[in-house]
Design a protein around this ligand. Structure first.
Ligand code: BDR
Ligand code: CA
Length: 310
């Protein structure tokens, strides 16, 4: 399965990248960075650091949008730390960023590959994906599926009471993606809040004891402190790798096809994902919205694939 990961690392983005790179079923055609958790200069660097921690300096990393389509960038250093990847000792990656813009890479790759053979995995704000869809109108028809982390229905929001961070940062981009017509799978907070980095699960990853797993443990220990305080839980939600887990083992998840629209104008609920879970409108069902997850099954998969990075 050919994939492009669009990302704003982020410790949980790092978990998604490592899960993908440790999975032989997936061919990562490239990683495209977007501004989100931290500014672009850091997210593109972090993406390369994570590849190098995974022993994969061959992965192509591209820099994309520096800011959302309309509004100024909102970042999340309060969650991810000043670098976006606080926890392990960071270093200057030994391999360069690719020339060219991430949006051009997404467009050119989808035009070059056979239609319906490339999946997009956006795990940050949807700016790069929206720009690619705007740039090449035939693109949506060529995408196999878009498996994104974002939004919330029953769980509502995490950056505001009603909006999840990735959608909140660029709601106009999210609205373009949701309306594009390509098959969409949405991993909302409803799922990711059930994928908790409990102490027992972190210890299991520690026991793998390769470079990637050691770095992952250091990231998780830093990252979970914020959510532990916020939610009073053992560990924090590991949002982004659920998208990759869906590609590898969809039977871990349950959900339903729904209409999803994005609120872009309300002051109070801007960035909310309006999910027609109960089918009360006649609006077309444009996304598979996941709600349930086998979290132990997810961590079995995650640990198995991190061990492959040894
Ligand atoms: C999402 O926001 C970011 O902080 C995380 O990396 C994840 O993609 C969760 O709301
Ligand atoms: Ca992210």
């Amino acid at each position: 399965m050919k994939i492009i990961i669009d990302t704003d690392p982020g410790q949980d983005d790092a978990a998604a990248i490592m899960l993908a790179l440790g999975s032989p079923e997936l061919e990562v055609l490239g990683i495209t960075a977007v501004a989100g958790n931290v500014p672009l200069a850091l997210t593109e660097r972090n993406a390369r650091i994570v590849c190098e921690m995974s022993g994969r300096t061959d992965i192509k990393v591209f820099a994309g949008a520096e800011a959302p389509l309309v509004q100024p960038l909102v970042t999340a250093e309060h969650v991810h730390g000043k670098t976006g990847l606080d926890g392990p000792e960071l270093f200057n990656p030994s391999f360069p960023l690719q020339d060219g813009h991430a949006v051009d890479f997404i467009v050119e790759t989808l035009l070059a590959e056979a239609p319906g053979t490339v999946t997009l995995c956006p795990i940050g704000p949807l700016t790069n994906i929206a720009l690619a869809l705007q740039k090449e109108p035939s693109l949506a028809g060529r995408i196999q599926q878009i498996v994104l982390m974002g939004g919330g229905y029953f769980a509502q929001g995490n950056i505001t009471p009603s909006a999840e961070f990735n959608i909140y940062v660029d709601p106009e981009a999210a609205a373009i993606v949701m309306a594009c017509g390509a098959p969409i799978v949405m991993m909302p907070l409803d799922v990711t809040h059930k994928v908790m980095t409990t102490k027992a699960r972190v210890e299991r990853i520690r026991a793998i004891d390769n470079r990637a797993a050691r770095a992952m443990v250091e990231m998780l220990v830093f990252y979970e402190r914020f959510d532990e305080e916020k939610y009073g839980t053992d560990g924090g939600p590991l949002h982004d790798p659920t998208t990759i887990a869906w590609l590898l083992q969809p039977d871990l998840f349950q959900g339903r096809m729904c209409n999803v629209e994005i609120e872009t104008s309300s002051k109070l609920t801007r960035g909310a994902t309006v999910v027609d879970w109960w089918g009360v409108t006649k609006r077309a069902k444009n996304a598979l919205v996941l709600q349930e997850v086998d979290a132990d099954g997810f961590f079995d998969l995650f640990a198995e694939r991190l061990a492959n990075l040894g």
